[in-house]
Ligand binder design. Structure first.
Ligand SMILES: Nc1ncnc2c1ncn2[C@@H]1O[C@H](COP(=O)(O)OP(=O)(O)OP(=O)(O)O)[C@@H](O)[C@H]1O
Ligand SMILES: [Mg+2]
Length: 229
C-alpha cells in the first residue's frame, strides 16, 4: 500500500470523478492569462489550451507528424517545431489552410486537455480556451463559463505592448474573434479587467469563492473519449 494519503481535502478521493470544469475565455489581450495565474495561486487546477497547443507544436510535439504530412517540411523548423511565422502568413492568406490546420490541432488539443482534466486535483478546474465560443469545441465539457472583459482599446494597447504586434494586426485578430457583446451574452460569470489589477484580483477572489462553494455540475469527460469528438 502506498504511504500517500488516498485523498486530499480539496478534491476528494483520488481516482474519483474529475473536479467540475469552469471555462475561461475572452478576447485577445483581455487578461485571460492574468486571471488564470491568479486563480491558480488561489488553488484552481488550470488546464491551458494555449500551453497545450504550444507543447504539441513544439520540437517533436504530438501534432508535428500530422502537420508535416499535411503542409510539408517548409512549415517545420530544423528542430522539428512548427514554423509559426510561416504558418501564420499561410493561414492569414488561405482560409482552407486555416481549416486544415484547425482540423489537425483541435482534436489533439482536446484529447490532451481531457487527459489533463481527468488528472486535475483541486476544488475545480479552470480550462482556458481563447476561442471557446467561436470553435464551440469544448463547451460540452464545462459546467460554467467565466468571461474576462475589457474595452477594445485596452485589448489593443496591452497586446501591442506585450506581443510587439502592430495595432492593425491586433485589430485584424480581434475582427476574427467574437465581438465583446456576444461573448458577454453567453457568459455565466464575468470579471471586468478595465481597471487596475487589484480590482481584478478582488473580483477573482469572489468568483473563486463561489466556485468553491457552489455545487457546480461535474465535468463531463467520457471514460473513453472518442477521437475527433
Ligand atoms: N488590469 C491590468 N492592468 C494592467 N495590465 C494588465 C492588466 N491585465 C492584464 N494586463 C497586461 O496586459 C497584457 C495582456 O494580459 P494577458 O496576457 O493576461 O491577456 P490574455 O487574454 O491572456 O492575452 P492573449 O489573448 O494574448 O493570450 C499582459 O502583459 C498583462 O500583464
Ligand atoms: Mg494568454
Amino acid at each position: 500500500m502506498s504511504a500517500e494519503p488516498s485523498h486530499d481535502v480539496e478534491s476528494g478521493p483520488r481516482g474519483g470523478p474529475p473536479p467540475p470544469a469552469v471555462g475561461l475565455t475572452g478576447g485577445i489581450g483581455s487578461g485571460k492569462s492574468t486571471v488564470a495565474a491568479y486563480l491558480k495561486s488561489l488553488g484552481a487546477a488550470v488546464v491551458d489550451s494555449d500551453e497545450i497547443s504550444h507543447r504539441l507544436t513544439g520540437p517533436g510535439g504530438g501534432a508535428m507528424g500530422a502537420i508535416r504530412a499535411a503542409f510539408g517540411s517548409g512549415y517545420v523548423t530544423t528542430d522539428g517545431a512548427l514554423d509559426r511565422d510561416s504558418m501564420r502568413s499561410l493561414v492569414f492568406a488561405d482560409p482552407k489552410a486555416r481549416a486544415r490546420l484547425e482540423s489537425i490541432l483541435h482534436p489533439i488539443i482536446r484529447r490532451a486537455a481531457d487527459a489533463e482534466l481527468a488528472r486535475a486535483q483541486g476544488p475545480y478546474a479552470l480550462v482556458v480556451i481563447p476561442l471557446l465560443y467561436e470553435t464551440r469545441s469544448y463547451l460540452d465539457r464545462l459546467g460554467r463559463v467565466l468571461v474576462v472583459d475589457c474595452p477594445e482599446s485596452l485589448q489593443v494597447r496591452r497586446t501591442v505592448a506585450r506581443a510587439g504586434l502592430l495595432e492593425d494586426e491586433v485589430r485584424a485578430i480581434m475582427a476574427a474573434q467574437w465581438p465583446r457583446w456576444r461573448r458577454l451574452q453567453m457568459a455565466d460569470d464575468v470579471v471586468w479587467n478595465g481597471g487596475e489589477e487589484e480590482g481584478l484580483r478582488a473580483q477573482c477572489d469572489r468568483v473563486h469563492r463561489s466556485y468553491c462553494e457552489r455545487a457546480l455540475p461535474s465535468s463531463t469527460i467520457p471514460a473513453n473519449p472518442r477521437p475527433g469528438r
